[in-house]
Ligand binder design. Structure first.
Ligand SMILES: [Zn+2]
Length: 167
């Protein structure tokens, strides 16, 4: 804990995303769009952790996450915790939670799936298992593991996010 504090400065106001699975911080920044933020950000990759050996951590000033961003983080890192900071103090700490069904955030790559028919149908997946993640399209019943997931990007184009970045 002490070691961690020395490496990563405290922020006065904003959000700390902690206990991110090691190697996923950059993917999370990209997927949530936080990488486009102009706010001060501190990113720790492969930080030593008592609980999970190594982890990633993101501290971002003056930013609070929305529900979509929390869901995106839960998909990539179900153990992540989100702390809201005001005046250098944690005012709220919560664990991300994978919803029972994931809507809109993920594409079904099955071309014959009704969600790809051009109809205005939002994708939806049942979460079968949280860790390791396993989800199933509610329409065509195709099953996906985490590394097979294609996220719906903010540009509304298909985007295969690199799942894990080895440094
Ligand atoms: Zn489908």
């Amino acid at each position: 804990m002490l070691e961690e504090k020395l490496k990563i400065d405290k922020i006065s106001k904003g959000t700390v995303i902690d206990h991110i699975d090691a190697g996923y911080a950059l993917t999370i920044l990209n997927l949530t769009g936080l990488d486009e933020s102009k706010n001060l950000m501190t990113i720790g990759v492969n930080v030593s952790s008592k609980k999970y050996q190594t982890k990633d951590i993101i501290k971002i000033e003056n930013v609070f996450l929305n529900e979509t961003q929390m869901q995106q983080i839960s998909i990539l890192s179900p153990n992540a915790t989100i702390s809201l900071i005001e005046n250098y103090k944690v005012i709220e700490k919560k664990k991300v939670k994978i919803p029972k069904t994931i809507k809109k955030l993920i594409m079904c790559v099955n071309q014959t799936c009704i969600s790809n028919s051009g109809e205005p149908i939002d994708t939806e997946f049942y979460v079968l298992e949280e860790k390791p993640l396993k989800i199933q399209c509610i329409y065509c019943e195709r099953i996906y593991k985490l590394e097979e997931i294609v996220f719906t990007s903010k540009e509304k184009k298909e985007k295969q996010v690199k799942q894990r970045i080895q440094l």
